[in-house]
Design a protein around this ligand. Structure first.
Ligand code: PLP
Length: 398
């Protein structure tokens, strides 16, 4: 190469310093644009005939790696990464709905999804209706009368941990000509693969268990290739594809998903058992305690049901703040699925968009707390909860 001016070298130098043998863990490709060898290269890469990247918003190598990992884990033909769980949900629902179609959603819905359906879909003219996903008779009747384009459910509901009967819901949806979309954020493919039970699309908030360390903001949707390619188109057009670094972090988190979910599940079951013995607790919500769902849990979740446990304080809403102040290591966090145990108060966090009446109707009271049980030693998690229960009555009076 001819000698060049330092100004030019500063711009171009070092570009060949890429090892040609494969790195043992995925490198981060923090580039927003890629070079083409010639116009044939441009055409081949755009047509997907040759593997390659074009431009950041279209998705980069790290997102492609994460997507292929999720597709394999979910048993899907393809997956599309998104900027957030909400972008994945929006792209999946928006793509599956045809003009004039109705959307039938579970009433036990993550508050952000409820806000999306109400503020963006209903206001745009989509008919949005809700149903109790646990009541299959009600679901069948709603499907028959509304003939929706999409039935949208949550695999494990937030925060009460009801278990959706996915095989039955898929059958009912398909008999009525609807597509079934499942939010499986709480379950992850380590515990349950909705596509195996007939779902058309599965969506996740990646920042929860898939990423697992409380440092990722992203989403993903998996399913049939033709649906995913349509969804990807929408994500690209709306600038909602998965950022490179988030994809890199998420894939790193995925490596320990199976181990983490096993420990989350075991610890959460232990916490549920402990809470059932505490006099200051009026009710505990965990699949191991839902007697009517025992057979379903065994069939759909043979390896456990993840880290979420909810409970109602016997002292009502007046006991919530004094209880939270009694915790030392369990932090108040408006997310879940991290390695550390965290707690949230759904009335002011995930279920904030709902009226108190709507929350009550779902069984989420002003005394309901949700624990995202981490992977610490179970004795230390229970000890912190016990600390908060000890002296709770005095702190309520104070
Ligand atoms: N689905 C569930 C069950 C959630 O808990 C959340 C977020 O808390 C979302 C979807 C939305 O995901 P994100 O915050 O990544 O947009």
């Amino acid at each position: 190469m001819s000698e060049r001016h330092p100004d030019t070298a500063a711009v171009h130098a070092g570009r060949l310093a890429i090892p040609l043998n494969r790195a043992s863990s995925p490198p981060l490709f923090q580039a927003s644009s890629y070079e083409f060898a010639d116009l044939a290269d441009v055409e081949a890469i755009y047509a997907g005939v040759k593997q390659g990247a074009v431009y950041g918003r279209y998705g980069g190598p790290n997102a492609a790696q994460f997507e292929s990992a999720i597709a394999e884990l979910e048993g899907a033909e393809a997956a599309a990464g998104a900027a957030a769980g909400m972008s994945a949900i929006h792209a999946a629902v928006g793509t599956a709905l045809t003009p004039g179609a109705t959307l039938l959603a579970t009433q036990e819905l993550y508050g952000g999804t409820f806000a999306l359906l109400e503020n963006d879909y209903r206001k745009a003219g989509v008919r949005v209706e809700y149903v109790d996903q646990q009541n299959l008779g009600e679901v069948a009747a709603a499907l028959a009368s509304l003939r929706p384009g999409v039935l949208y459910v949550e695999a494990l509901t937030n925060p009460l941990m009801n278990v959706a009967d996915l095989p039955a819901l898929a059958r009912l949806a398909h008999d009525a000509g609807a597509a079934l979309i499942v939010d499986a954020t709480f379950a992850t493919p380590a515990l349950c693969r909705p596509l195996d039970f007939g779902a058309d699309l599965v969506v996740h908030s990646v920042g929860k268990y898939l990423g697992g360390h409380g440092d990722v903001g992203a989403g993903v949707v998996a399913g049939r290739r033709d649906l995913i390619e349509a969804i990807r188109g929408r994500l690209v057009r709306t600038g909602a594809t998965m950022p490179h670094f988030e994809a890199w972090l998420a894939l790193r988190g995925l490596r320990t998903l199976a181990l983490r979910m096993e420990r989350h599940s075991r610890n959460a079951a232990a916490v549920a058992r402990y809470l059932s013995t505490v006099p200051e607790v009026a009710a505990v919500h965990h699949p191991s305690l839902h007697a009517a769902q025992r057979e379903l849990v065994a069939r759909l979740y043979p390896s456990g049901t993840g880290g979420i446990v909810a409970f109602d304080l016997a002292g009502g809403s007046a006991a919530v703040d004094p209880f939270l102040r009694g915790l030392e290591t369990i932090a108040i966090v408006h997310s879940l699925g991290e390695v550390a145990t965290t707690i949230s108060y759904p009335a002011v966090s995930s279920h904030r968009p709902l009226t108190p009446q709507a929350r009550q109707a779902l069984g989420v009271s002003d005394a309901t707390l949700r624990i995202s049980v981490g992977i610490e030693h179970e004795a230390d998690i229970i000890a912190d909860l016990a600390r908060a229960f000890a002296g709770l009555a005095e702190r309520v009076r104070a």
